[in-house]
Write a protein of this length. Structure first.
Length: 411
């Protein structure tokens, strides 16, 4: 008898990045709902600092099988591509054992990985669902990471034609992503696309306002207003608009900007703040556990951003943690995105277009000068989360999509 679901992804428990925690939480919730779930993933390294983990492990009823692959520098294009193909080949070696599932759910990272469940579904009646965290090679082309008309673009166009065309369902993280897929004719049947956003677990946020990190306690006591940017500072993020806004407010002693996270623009942010002698801003590394919870507690508003043209190709999932914590969000992105629409509809922050640093400054000062408005926006931010981005809501959508695909295959 076939098992219900195989989830295929590069990152999984115990790694701490969102592209690991999301499939982990999905698997946990599918198990809770009565499905059998196996995981085929990469061996933890990049986002894990604990003791060595086994190749095979059972975790909360989930059977995890891990594969080892190369560990070249992911910050270099050659290293990243080598790691992608190494991981792909390690998974491909498992191919004969992958025919025992009713449904395979695969993530878009690395972008060549979905080719494996495509092949499985062509050989057997196994259904496969493709979760598009981003759209490749479109994102890489827009950001100048690969050459137009080059080998990688041609390879990915060929893979996408098969994956998007043959998948039982495709998950888009937002309506703007769905519209992009249809407009670019990646998908001929729009009804195959299910819009299911990423989420945040409400149990990670408590009503306890105690800040345990001493440094953060001191920052909260010193600064009347704190603006937080947390997460990836990479090519897909517009950091320039934020930094220009920070420069406009650099002589004020009543607002502090905190940047935490990683990415290829993190050093650029540090250099910019230093060279412009900005004293009311600081940069920290990637924060985990209670440190991350504490930084949220001391923040008044939070920032998210996308580089121009990335809307529809990627969605900043950090937003959902901000909303869960009841933090008004100021977004630098098109007002046609789901996130920007939510913020305006619920009056839970606001949005500006890339390059509109002056408007971002006005938004920040609006909340700096009116604690009543800040309090209302905080309540509204929490409401967005509870209505749209709670873990239970989103994983339930996955459950219904998966069971529908499985049952359809039995007809």
């Amino acid at each position: 008898m076939k098992k219900n679901v195989l989830i295929m992804c590069q990152y999984f428990y115990p790694e701490y990045v969102s592209s690991a925690t999301l499939p982990t939480e999905l698997a946990e919730d599918l198990i809770e709902k009565g499905l059998s779930v196996d995981i085929l993933c990469g061996y933890p390294k990049e986002y894990y600092e604990g003791k060595e983990v086994p190749i095979k492990e059972q975790y909360k009823g989930i059977n995890i099988s891990r594969v080892k692959y190369t560990e070249f520098n992911n910050k270099s294009k050659v290293g990243r591509i080598a790691n992608f193909f190494s991981f792909f080949m390690a998974i491909l070696l498992k191919f004969p054992s992958l025919f025992k599932y009713e449904c395979v759910l695969v993530y878009s990272n690395p972008p060549i990985l979905p080719l494996i469940p495509y092949l499985i579904s062509r050989i057997t009646k196994t259904k496969f669902i493709f979760v598009a965290f981003d759209i490749y090679p479109d994102n890489a082309l827009k950001l100048g990471a690969i050459k137009k008309g080059g080998f990688i673009e041609k390879l990915m166009i060929g893979i996408n034609k098969r994956v998007y065309g043959y998948a039982s369902n495709i998950v888009a993280l937002g309506n703007e992503m769905k519209h992009y897929m249809v407009k670019q004719t990646l998908v001929s049947e729009a009804e195959k696309i299910k819009v299911i956003p990423n989420w945040y677990s409400a149990n990670k946020i408590t009503d306890d306002t105690t800040v345990f990190n001493k440094e953060f306690q001191e920052l909260r006591e010193k600064w009347p207003f704190i603006v937080l940017y947390s997460g990836n500072m990479g090519t897909a993020q517009d950091m320039d608009t934020i930094l220009e806004c920070v420069s406009m407010l650099k002589n004020r002693d009543d607002v502090l900007f905190i940047f935490t996270g990683h990415g290829n623009k993190a050093s650029y942010v540090k250099e910019y703040l230093n060279s412009n002698e900005i004293k009311n801003a600081k940069v920290d590394g990637f924060l985990l556990g209670s440190d991350y919870t504490d930084i949220l507690k001391i923040s008044d508003v939070c920032l998210v951003s996308l580089a121009a043209g990335i809307e529809g190709i990627g969605v900043p999932s950090k937003t959902y943690g901000y909303l869960a914590a009841g933090k008004p969000v100021l977004a630098i992105m098109s007002d046609k995105t789901d996130i920007a629409k939510n913020l305006h509809e619920y009056n839970a922050g606001g949005s500006v277009i890339q390059g509109e640093a002056e408007k971002l400054k006005v938004l920040i000062m609006k909340y700096m000068g009116n604690r009543g408005e800040l309090k209302k926006a905080s309540i509204n931010a929490k409401k967005i989360f509870e209505d749209l981005y709670d873990r239970e809501i989103c994983t339930d959508m996955y459950y219904h999509m998966i069971t529908e695909a499985i049952n359809k295959g039995k007809l």
